[in-house]
Design a protein around this ligand. Structure first.
Ligand code: MN
Length: 134
């Protein structure tokens, strides 16, 4: 066995995220594993773009309140300890509410050429506010 080196925290790219988001990579599986695990920190109002994952994604909130929203308008509010799964190809976004930081573990299976995430357009302020009405 071995202790893996700690990877520095990286700012999430602004073309895939709105607001301040920081990613701590935790695990990139050794072949044949395709496991990818990251701890993702969202400032208040920060969120991902709309996107989907080729092999689905499991989110687990460790701090704050998380919002996960799908195209059909379903909104799930996640509290620390909650786990939410989005199936392969389901378009969704996730992020923090307007008044709270949020941290979640993001766990997914990668593909031959990357993490299998298809990035789409940003979540508009109207879409973001609408998610708070539920
Ligand atoms: Mn996702």
């Amino acid at each position: 066995m071995e202790t893996k080196p700690t990877i520095p925290t990286a700012k999430a790219p602004s073309h895939y995220f709105t607001g301040d988001v920081y990613v701590d990579p935790i695990c990139r599986g050794e072949d044949p594993s395709r496991m990818i695990v990251s701890s993702v920190h969202f400032a208040p109002s920060a969120r991902t773009n709309w996107h989907s994952h080729a092999h689905g994604q499991t989110l687990h909130v460790t701090d704050g309140i998380g919002l996960v929203v799908s195209r059909d308008g379903t909104v799930i509010r996640m509290r620390p300890g909650d786990t939410v799964y989005t199936p392969p190809g389901e378009e969704h976004w996730h992020g923090a509410p307007e008044d709270k930081f949020m941290c979640h573990l993001a766990m997914l299976g990668g593909t031959n050429d990357g993490d299998g995430t298809t990035w789409l357009e940003p979540v508009t302020n109207e879409q973001y506010r609408a998610a708070h009405q539920q």
